[in-house]
Design a protein around this ligand. Structure first.
Ligand SMILES: C[S@@+](CC[C@H](N)C(=O)[O-])C[C@H]1O[C@@H](n2cnc3c(N)ncnc32)[C@H](O)[C@@H]1O
Length: 263
């Protein structure tokens, strides 16, 4: 078994990692090697043209473009990210690429308020978020019943693969607050979903999970309107450049138009 979990940084209100602060501008380059893996996780998420999909912990937006290709111009992508530095890079990328239907929300996944129920959610390389039941309840509560979710990222390989696990630790250490739960990163998500399918990849050093929000899911415990809570419908949350001005409760009907701007 790999060494015991790191406990040096507490919870979501603990300090953000250097990789997501002063190194945010190099994140895309230093993790480019994982882009094929991002494609695999996005490909596993069933999406239709016109869908609205949440990219939870979107970072610099490396999955946003891939998701956008799947939902098309009439669909929408909502990136949720707590690091202003990472989000600033995502906004630059979105502006440069001319993505008009990508909204970027600066918020923790625990506190994000999405103005209407989305059709799917992606959790790509977001181990810390997957270890937060509060974040998962909030995000799943923003999805319609029956919505698909996909998650993928690193995990411990079988315990006897000591060299492999040393390598995995070195690769992931800059990007996770804690290795707690790294043997089964999807453990909280699987309790809240159904039709769960998990596939190990990379000789057990990675995983791919798909599941659905239960059709009869009760409304989740929502965070409420706490001070400082960011919402997808606030200009501060969406950013002037990439958040469509139409992300507003006032324009909720028809449902998808509020996020995508499409009618
Ligand atoms: C390894 S990066 C993954 C980024 C992107 N999904 C990708 O595939 O490149 C993890 C991201 O999750 C964000 N994050 C971590 N905890 C979070 C939370 N509780 N709420 C929102 N974002 C969070 C970090 O700031 C970071 O940008």
């Amino acid at each position: 078994m790999p060494r015991t979990a790191d406990k040096n940084v507490p919870g979501r209100h603990g300090k953000r990692l250097p990789a997501y602060q002063e190194h945010a501008c190099t994140y895309s380059r230093t993790t480019r090697v994982f882009q094929t893996y991002r494609r695999t996780v996005v490909a596993a998420l069933p999406l239709s043209a016109g869908d609205v999909v949440l990219d939870v912990g979107c970072g610099t937006g490396l999955c946003c473009g891939l998701l956008r290709e799947k939902v098309g111009a009439r669909g929408g992508v909502v990136g949720i990210e707590e690091s202003p530095e990472m989000l600033a890079v995502a906004r630059q990328n979105a502006t440069r690429a001319g993505w008009r239907n990508v909204s970027l929300v600066e918020s923790s996944a625990e506190d994000a308020r999405i103005p209407e129920r989305a059709d799917a959610a992606l959790f790509c390389a977001v181990h810390d978020i997957l270890q937060s039941p509060e974040a998962l309840r909030n995000i799943l509560g923003s999805l319609r019943p029956g919505a698909w979710v996909a998650a993928g990222g690193g995990k411990w390989a079988p315990r006897l693969m000591l060299a492999a696990n040393a390598y995995i630790r070195s690769q992931h250490a800059p990007y996770v607050r804690s290795f707690d739960g790294f043997d089964r990163p999807w453990r909280h998500l699987e309790r809240l979903t159904e039709d769960v399918r998990v596939r190990e990849v990379g000789f057990g050093g990675g995983y791919l999970m798909t599941a659905r929000v239960p059709a009869g899911a009760a409304p989740p415990v929502r965070s409420g309107d706490r001070p400082g809570q960011a919402a997808a419908d606030s200009p501060a949350a969406t950013g002037a450049t990439t958040g469509p001005a139409s992300v507003s409760p006032a324009t909720r009907a028809p449902r998808k138009s509020a996020i995508t701007g499409a009618t």
